[in-house]
Write a new protein. Structure first.
Length: 597
């Protein structure tokens, strides 16, 4: 079906006609366009002569075409891919919808008749043109043109080459000159897809006759299956070489790391292999070194809690513990605190396994168990290095905990982490490790417990009413009157959130400042008394209540809150200790009387 050729439009004349700009401003923009070669619309917005919204509205009115907000659309992958990615990016166009009338195509510049003619020729269907914002168009392209098809296609090439018998896997892996070998392009494509999807981890898992590549996005795995068992072996071999691991050792787990550059972003990759039934599985943790560390204000703590936390970490001595399960954001919180304290007059030493982010001026030590360089040994050495602030990656055993507590008592500020469910359960954990209660009571100044919850996608968020189960749970937590006043939102699912309704994660916090009453309870080994005193503190908020407040503010959903905080208020976590501690009252009183802060 032959379509009528669109007429060329002079954008400058159109904007003057609609009184969006004046002739002098047009002359200024044309002079700039002559120097830079950029399109007139982009020049006008860059110079601040006209807002992009004004430009779009003027164009849409003149062309009598709709102006489409891509945030409100849910795009079909098959429809979008009617126009290949390379052409979509070159033409700044995207196929939005297919129906009986033809294809609806969003264009950043509908006045470009050459692009229009190319689209008509290539798509071979009637076209209905819509205007879209260029920034939103490019962002949407990054999301909808996920590289899953490209990954499968390249994996097929790898499988065909392996089947032909012309390629030895080890030679394929060590041939550094073959930069466009299929296995290398497969790795590049997987990393591009992971970065586009904002994945924190990449899982490569061989199965019987297939390979699974799974990306963890906002804490949830997304899976793609690739046919061909041989692909996994070639892929893992190349990754092991990149990590300087032993490619001949396939019976034992190995750990390594390497760095890659993806879209001008430096990604630090921590890789772990594990022998499984059908080969070796690989998990890669992606750490974006291009992103600047969060400041304390960006952590998302409520103002009152943030002020108290800042006061605790500014103390000259004591211990601050950050607790929570693996992947709850503890490292981010600790690095934010270190960045806040990182000044020329403060010496900071860290013992980490592994070093996740590199901090200027901070002396960071990597734990190496193969040579006996564990947390305890590093920590003993640090105490002779005249530090002001010490970070111990994790309190894993009694020895490390005792050395860290002694460092806090003897005039150092010590940060560390523990894996506990709540802040109140932290003291139990330390005492169960065999650490003397008087040491914990004297050294421990503050405990932060945290979790990560998924945030409602801002592009498809809408008001919602909780169901009966959620209402009953909420009333049990905050009371019926308070629950009735709360409003909630949920995500309907859109292109930008992969139809999940969530995009990104935020932290919820619980903070306990160990004052005299709490220290007394620790010294007595009274966990129940400790918990009661903590709850009585002014401004104290549990993890569950922090999550509910976030949901009522529309930042997350009530369903996510219930799933994340389930079991946190179980009394089993606050069981009273009845085993007497081998410490005299005189010694405890003497230590507590000299407590700082």
């Amino acid at each position: 079906m032959r379509q009528e050729r669109r007429k060329k439009i002079r954008l400058g004349e159109l904007l003057i006609e609609q009184k969006v700009i004046n002739p002098a401003q047009l002359d200024q923009a044309l002079a700039e366009q002559k120097k830079t070669g950029r399109k007139l619309g982009r020049v006008l917005t860059d110079l601040g002569i006209v807002q992009e919204q004004q430009l779009n509205e003027a164009l849409a009115r003149h062309l009598q075409i709709p102006f489409v907000d891509l945030k409100q659309l849910t795009l079909d992958q098959a429809t979008v891919r009617l126009l290949p990615e390379a052409l979509a990016r070159r033409f700044r166009a995207l196929v939005l919808k297919s129906d009986t009338r033809g294809l609806t195509v969003g264009m950043a510049d509908p006045t470009d008749i050459f692009v229009y003619d190319e689209l008509v020729t290539r798509l071979k269907q009637p076209l209905l043109i819509a205007l879209v914002r260029e920034a939103e168009l490019l962002r949407t392209m990054d999301i909808v043109y996920r590289r899953t098809e490209q990954i499968a296609s390249i994996a097929l090439e790898v499988r065909e080459e392996l089947r032909a018998g012309d390629i030895d896997i080890s030679q394929l892996a060590i041939d550094e000159g073959s930069s466009d070998a299929p296995v290398i392009r497969l790795i590049q494509t997987i990393f591009h897809d992971a970065v586009n999807a904002r994945a924190s981890d990449v899982h490569i898992e061989p199965g019987e006759g297939l390979l699974r590549v799974r990306l963890r996005v906002d804490g949830v795995l997304q899976e793609q299956s690739i046919e061909g068992r041989g692909v996994a072996s070639a892929l893992v071999t190349r990754l092991k070489l990149m990590s300087s691991l032993d490619i001949s050792e396939k019976r034992l787990p190995q750990d390594g790391r390497f760095s890659v550059k993806v879209k001008d972003r430096s990604i630090d990759v921590r890789m772990a292999t594990m022998p499984v039934q059908y080969g070796e599985s690989v998990v890669m943790r992606l750490l974006d070194q291009s992103n600047s560390l969060m400041t304390l204000e960006q952590l998302g703590m409520p103002d009152g809690m943030l002020s108290k936390f800042r006061g605790l970490i500014e103390r000259p001595a004591g211990m601050m513990l950050v607790t929570g399960p693996t992947g709850s954001g503890k490292t981010t919180t600790l690095y934010s605190a270190l960045s806040y304290l990182n000044r020329s007059d403060t010496k900071i030493l860290t013992a980490e396994d592994p070093v996740e982010y590199r901090l200027d001026r901070v002396n960071q030590v990597q734990v190496n168990g193969k040579i006996g360089l564990d947390f305890a040994r590093i920590l003993r050495t640090m105490l002779r290095a005249d530090p002001d602030v010490i970070l111990v990656g994790e309190m894993r055993d009694r020895e490390t905990a005792e050395i860290g507590l002694r460092a806090a008592i003897t005039g150092h500020m010590v940060f560390s982490t523990l894996h506990t469910l709540t802040a109140a359960a932290t003291v139990n954990r330390l005492l169960d490790m065999g650490v003397a209660g008087y040491m914990v009571a004297t050294a421990l100044h503050g405990i932060v417990a945290q979790r990560l919850v998924r945030q409602v996608c801002p592009d498809c968020a809408q008001a919602t009413e909780p169901d009966d189960h959620q209402v009953a749970w909420l009333q049990a937590q905050v009371g019926a009157s308070v629950a009735a006043q709360m409003k909630f939102r949920t995500g309907a699912g859109c292109t930008y959130c992969n139809l999940s309704g969530y995009r990104g994660r935020a932290a919820i916090y619980e903070l306990i400042e160990v004052d005299r009453s709490l220290a007394d309870a620790i010294g007595r080994g009274d966990s129940q008394g400790f918990s009661a005193a903590a709850r009585a503190q002014t401004g104290y908020t549990t993890l569950t209540r922090s999550a509910i407040d976030m949901a009522s503010a529309g930042k997350t959903t009530l369903a996510e809150v219930i799933a994340t905080t389930s079991g946190l208020d179980d009394p089993i976590h606050e069981t009273r200790r009845t085993v007497p501690l081998p410490v005299t009252d005189d010694l405890t009183d003497a230590l507590l009387s000299g407590r700082a802060g």
